[in-house]
Design a protein around this ligand. Sequence first.
Ligand SMILES: [Fe+2]
Ligand SMILES: [Fe+2]
Length: 305
Amino acid sequence: MFRLAHVTDPHFRGFDGARVGDFLGKRAVGVLNLVVNRRRKHKMELLDALGQDLRDQNPDHLALTGDLSNVSLDAEWRAALRWIEAFAGGPDATTVIPGNHDAYVPEVVASGAFEALFGGYQTHDAASFAGDATATEQRRGSYPFVRLRGPLALVALNSCVATGDLGAWGEIGAEQLSKVEAALTSPPVRSRRRIVLLHHPPVHHKGGEDRNLKDRKALSDLLVRVGADPVLHGHDHQDENATLLGPNGSSIPVVGAGSASYAGGAERRARYNIYEFDAGGVTMIVRAHDEASDIFREVRRVRMA
Ligand SMILES: [Fe+2]
Ligand SMILES: [Fe+2]
């Protein structure tokens, strides 16, 4: 049996080393939101409790699907990195992709700071993906990356761009989509269970286009055409389920996990998922924070296929 944990949207906090000049434009709005809302809604102590539970559960691999930060500050990402180093396996046993909050500022995205810090968690094993002409596109070109782990092939996408507005929308882009198709159909990937990781849901669940994946139809059409099993995402801070019809009558589960640090009611409270892959299929286990006992415990178990 191979066990994959999926943690998303921790929204780590940290301001060390930030300068006044860092808090302009969208970041100023984001920091205001952080002080007024997120400080109350997302509790860092829940991440410690989750980390301890994760360590006890000892999965074979951890997938972290973005929004590690709030406003793409180096101190926020370093807090995330410390958490990963404390509670997760090493870089070979942990995969990290960005969320829209990790692509908050165009200059930071262009600098490749996220990839510089988490590059060890983004190495790819199969089907080399060549870079492009400009520096930014070269980094952009490093997605998707593919990691072969046990019976799984993890195909990790970047759905996050510096939006240039206050929106939380995402976009995969035609070029990345063609590489995703090439990756999903390449022999070493095809012969394994293909897990697609991205931050934004590839289907519509809630909200308007200012917070959703712009080219989700192109991505879901691709998935329907070539298959995947399952697709894991975050972004909506709540458990979500959808099914796409794949090739040859197969079904593609699309599963969103709630935020790892959310301090609200039991339905959405801080949580993560563990997938147990065995010869007959996969079992999804939801582990969530129990406010009364202050520990994480299993709240749901679903046999998927
Ligand atoms: Fe988030
Ligand atoms: Fe997000």
